[in-house]
Design a protein around this ligand. Structure first.
Ligand SMILES: [Zn+2]
Length: 99
């Protein structure tokens, strides 16, 4: 049987295990459309760009901007996570003193 370690407190999860799936997605701000964009014939522009390429191997997809994480939690940590997913409470309890 596979054993799981809690990703929060590092204890061996003995029994009920909780799984947290996080999807961190980068949403870039869309570039504003200018009048020059509207005037251009985009099909002609794409054809020109393809003609300039040596081969279709130059084509590449933009990098994947989504990061997916899966965490395993013990019941105690799952309860804390449910109440305070970003850990705000624990941060406020130990404020960093400005020196
Ligand atoms: Zn734990």
């Amino acid at each position: 049987m596979k054993q799981y370690i809690c990703d929060q407190c590092r204890c061996l999860i003995d029994g009920h295990r909780y799984s947290v799936r996080i999807e961190l997605q980068s949403i870039p701000e869309p570039a504003p459309i200018t009048e020059a964009d509207l005037d251009q014939d985009s099909l002609d522009q794409i054809a020109d760009e393809i003609a300039m390429m040596d081969s279709t191997a130059d084509f590449h997809l933009p990098e994947n901007r989504t990061k997916k994480m899966a965490l395993d939690l013990c019941p105690a940590c799952a309860r804390k996570y449910e109440k305070d997913p970003l850990g705000r409470e624990s941060r406020n309890r130990f404020p960093i003193s400005p020196n």
